[in-house]
Design a binder for this molecule. Structure first.
Ligand code: UD1
Length: 435
C-alpha cells in the first residue's frame, strides 16, 4: 500500500535578509470564528490566516448548519443564523484544541453544548477544569459522556456572576467571556488572561453590541446583552508568527523587516533579542531585526502569561540560543511538558539538558543536518529554524503540525533567501523523494 506523506527539506546555511509580512493571528481566529455562533446576523471576518486550524473550525461550523464561505484569501463570510445544533461531536472537533470554544459559544447561544474533548498539540496535561468552574458559576452543570464528550447545560439563561481564575488561563478567560456575553446581568472575571487575542475577541464582540470592559487587564466585566448584530471585523496580526520570523532572522544572523505586526505585542520578544545583541527598530506596524551588528550572546528566559515571554515562542528562542556562545537557562512556567523538541534538536548536535521545567542550553556548537520531526506546532517551527542554521540538508517530518499555524511558510522563508521546499514521500518505503 502506498501512503504519501509530506516533509520539509531545508538546505541550511543561508542568511535571512529582506521583508516578510505576518498573517492574521491563529489564536484570535480560532476564538473569533466560534464567537460568530453568538451573533444574530451574518459576519465577515478579515485578515484570516490561511492555515489548517482555521479550515477545520470553519468546517465544524458548517457541520452545525452555519454557512461559511471564503470570500477571498483572507476573508470569511459566516452566517450563523441557520445553526441547527448545539452539539459538535464529529472527528473534526477532536482534531483541534480550540474546539473547546464551541462550549462557551453554544452555551451562550442555546444554553446547552455537547462537544468532544479537544485534541491539538500535546505538551502535557491540558485540563479544562477552570473553564467548567466558570460555566458552573454562570449556572451551567456538566457531565462527561462516555469519557469523550462534555455535555454542559443550564436551565434557561445563564446568570452573571463573579469568577476568580486560579490561573490566568487564556482558554478559560475566552470561554467564560463567550458564555457570559448573552447572560443575565454582569459577569466579572478576576485574574483574567491578558493575551492580545483576548483583547481582539472582546473588540470583536463589542463591535457586535456586546458590553465588555477591561479586556487586557486582570479584571474583565461583561454585562449581558440580548442581541448581537453582524459586523465586518479584521483580526490582529499573529504575535507568535512574528516572533518566529524574528528568531529565525537572529538565528541565521540576518536582517529582516517583519511587516504587518503590532510592535507592542512583541515587546517581551524584542527585549530578549536586544539582550542577546540584536538591533531592533520599531515602526508603527513593523519591526526590523538586525543580527549583523555584533556577535550574539546568551540569556535566560522565563515563560509567563502575557505580557511575559510567550510560551509559544519558547522552542524557537531556545533554538536561537543553541547558536550563541555561553549557557542559557529556560524556565517554562506555563506548560509542564514543553520540551519534546529537545531530543530532536539534540539529533542536530544541540547540547540541552532538561530538568523538570528548566532547560539548560550549552550554546555555540554548530548545528548539523539530520532527519527530525515536528512534535507539535511550535516545536516544528523550532525545527525549521534549526534547519535554516544547520550545515547540510535537514528533513522535517510531521509537518501537518506546522501547517496548523503558519501560512505560506515555505514561500515566506524562500523570499527571505532560505532554501526550503515541501516534498512528498511514501512512508512505507521512506525512500525516494518526489518533489
Ligand atoms: C492557549 C494557546 C496556546 C498557548 C497557551 C498559553 C490558543 C488556542 N492556544 O492555550 O497556544 O500555549 O494559551 O499561552 O489560544 N490550565 C488548567 N486548567 C484549565 C485551563 C488551563 O490547569 O482549565 C493550565 C494549563 O494546564 C496550563 C496553563 O493553565 O498549564 C495555561 O493554559 P491556558 O492559558 O488555558 O492555555 P490554552 O488556552 O489551552
Amino acid at each position: 500500500m502506498c501512503a504519501t506523506l509530506e516533509k520539509y527539506v531545508i538546505n541550511g546555511g543561508n542568511v535571512l535578509d529582506g521583508e516578510v509580512s505576518i498573517s492574521g493571528a491563529k489564536n484570535a481566529a480560532v476564538a473569533i470564528i466560534p464567537a460568530v455562533i453568538l451573533c444574530d446576523e451574518p459576519c465577515r471576518i478579515e485578515n484570516i490566516p490561511n492555515i489548517s486550524d482555521v479550515s477545520l473550525i470553519g468546517r465544524i461550523l458548517q457541520e452545525m448548519g452555519a454557512e461559511v464561505k471564503r470570500i477571498d484569501k483572507s476573508t470569511l463570510y459566516i452566517n450563523p443564523t441557520k445553526i441547527n445544533s448545539c452539539s459538535a461531536t464529529s472527528d473534526l472537533v477532536r482534531g483541534m484544541r480550540a474546539s473547546y470554544y464551541l462550549l462557551g459559544a453554544l452555551l451562550g447561544r442555546c444554553h446547552q453544548a455537547k462537544v468532544c474533548l479537544p485534541g491539538g498539540c500535546n505538551f502535557g496535561a491540558r485540563p479544562i477544569d477552570l473553564h467548567l468552574k466558570g460555566f458552573a458559576a454562570l449556572g451551567a452543570r456538566h457531565e462527561l459522556v462516555n469519557g469523550a464528550i462534555i455535555d454542559v447545560k443550564s436551565d434557561g439563561k445563564l446568570q452573571g456572576n463573579h469568577i476568580y481564575l486560579d490561573f490566568a488561563s487564556v482558554g478559560a478567560t475566552i470561554n467564560i467571556m463567550l458564555a457570559a456575553v448573552k447572560a443575565e446581568g454582569q459577569t466579572v472575571i478576576e485574574n483574567a488572561a491578558k493575551e492580545p487575542h483576548i483583547v481582539d475577541l472582546a473588540n470583536f464582540l463589542n463591535s457586535m453590541g456586546a458590553q465588555i470592559r477591561g479586556a487586557g487587564t486582570d479584571t474583565i466585566k461583561i454585562r449581558g446583552v440580548d442581541f448581537l448584530h453582524g459586523v465586518t471585523y479584521s483580526i490582529i496580526p499573529d504575535q507568535i508568527e512574528a516572533g518566529t520570523y524574528m528568531c529565525a532572522a537572529a538565528a541565521t544572523r540576518g536582517r529582516v523587516l517583519v511587516n504587518n505586526v503590532t510592535p507592542k505585542h512583541l515587546e517581551s520578544i524584542t527585549a530578549k533579542l536586544r539582550e542577546i545583541g540584536c538591533e531592533i527598530k520599531e515602526f508603527d506596524e513593523a519591526v526590523l531585526v538586525d543580527a549583523t551588528v555584533r556577535p550574539l550572546n546568551r540569556c535566560n528566559i522565563k515563560t509567563m502569561p502575557h505580557p511575559g515571554f510567550p510560551t509559544d515562542c519558547q522552542p524557537q528562542f531556545a533554538t536561537l540560543l543553541c547558536t550563541v556562545d555561553g549557557t542559557s537557562i529556560i524556565n517554562e512556567s506555563v506548560w509542564d511538558n514543553r520540551y519534546q523538541y529537545v531530543s530532536e534538536l539534540t539529533l542536530m548536535g544541540a547540547h540541552i539538558s532538561v530538568e523538570g521545567r528548566l532547560a539548560i542550553i550549552e550554546g555555540g556548537s554548530k548545528l548539523t543536518a539530520a532527519p527530525v520531526k515536528a512534535t507539535d506546532l511550535r516545536a516544528g517551527a523550532a525545527m525549521v529554524i534549526a534547519g535554516l542554521c544547520a550545515d547540510g540538508v535537514t528533513e522535517i517530518s510531521s509537518i501537518q503540525y506546522i501547517e496548523r499555524g503558519y501560512e505560506n511558510i515555505i514561500e515566506k522563508l524562500n523570499a527571505l533567501g532560505a532554501d526550503i521546499k515541501k516534498v512528498y514521500y511514501d512512508h512505507t518505503t521512506d525512500s525516494s523523494l518526489r518533489a
